[in-house]
Design a protein around this ligand. Sequence first.
Ligand code: ATP
Ligand code: MG
Length: 324
Amino acid sequence: MFKDVGQITQALSQQQYISTDEISTVMFLAEKLEKPILTEGPAGVGKTELAKAWAKAAGRPLIRLQCYEGLDESKALYEWEYAKQMLYTQLLRDKLSEILAKTGSLTEAADRLGQEENVFFSERFLLARPLLQAITAPEPVVLLIDEIDRADAEFEAFLLEILSDFQVSVPELGTIKARHMPVVILTSNNTRELSEALKRRCLYLFIDYPSHDSELRIVQMRVPQLSAKLAQQAVEVVQSLRQMDLKKSPSVSETIDWAKALVMLNADHLDKRTLETTLTVLLKHESDVQKAKRTLLQGGGGTGGHPLNRRPNDDTPRRRGGWN
Ligand SMILES: Nc1ncnc2c1ncn2[C@@H]1O[C@H](COP(=O)(O)OP(=O)(O)OP(=O)(O)O)[C@@H](O)[C@H]1O
Ligand SMILES: [Mg+2]
């Protein structure tokens, strides 16, 4: 579908996703080699967004499996629709009685009922969850298995089977094989180490915080109302914050939120007051906010390694990138 890596970068950009050569190369190879992608990286760097943008760029439906602790096969693969089965047995009560009336003993009745079993364990009563939906989809889909590190190790082992042969066995129905190979994107925030077996089956993609230029492009694309100068200043501040030793560095989604906040506040430049009053859009720990204020506004409190911290020997706040 895509002839080269450049086409992928372009297609993703049309979906408002700023890709890097590395990201586009992995996407290209995943398509060609029909391999799942495991993407890791800090929160809010665009792992989930990549799957969404890829689905749109490739013109495929997105099927999402959100992982959490305790996620099991019945929520990920399929389950029998118990309530519907009950409803049908109620509605078909007369018909069932008619069938069973002709039987003598209890065993005979149970055997006769058993012959009708497949009516209730047919596709009509099968509730397909995301994995089965992806396998049975009539067209190729993008399957996003989001935050796999939140699921238990047992679930990961189960997933391995699915990712190896893209087929599932439903005892009552038999083996169901994928009609089309889905593109699978797994994301992880690295809250626990994933198994080597899973990693072996996937192409690995680490998405880090974007470079200054990429982040500027993201902001300009996502918040076009923000002036070019202010976008530049905002990105510089965010990039500087990421150099600090904070509990939680601002993510790209927080940069975007901040850019939107600046638009809402009609800010035309980034002065001390605006920065002070809006820092909490970027930083969610009071100790981080205090540290950032000390470093950015007074130029103190840092270790000296931070670019904004390397200021002349006077008490005036350091100016950088035009903000004051
Ligand atoms: N490369 C990018 N191009 C365009 N927008 C991006 C990019 N990276 C991140 N974003 C923006 O940042 C937001 C957050 O991204 P996303 O939710 O995909 O992060 P994540 O890595 O999945 O985070 P988490 O680990 O918290 O789930 C997206 O909604 C999107 O607006
Ligand atoms: Mg995500």
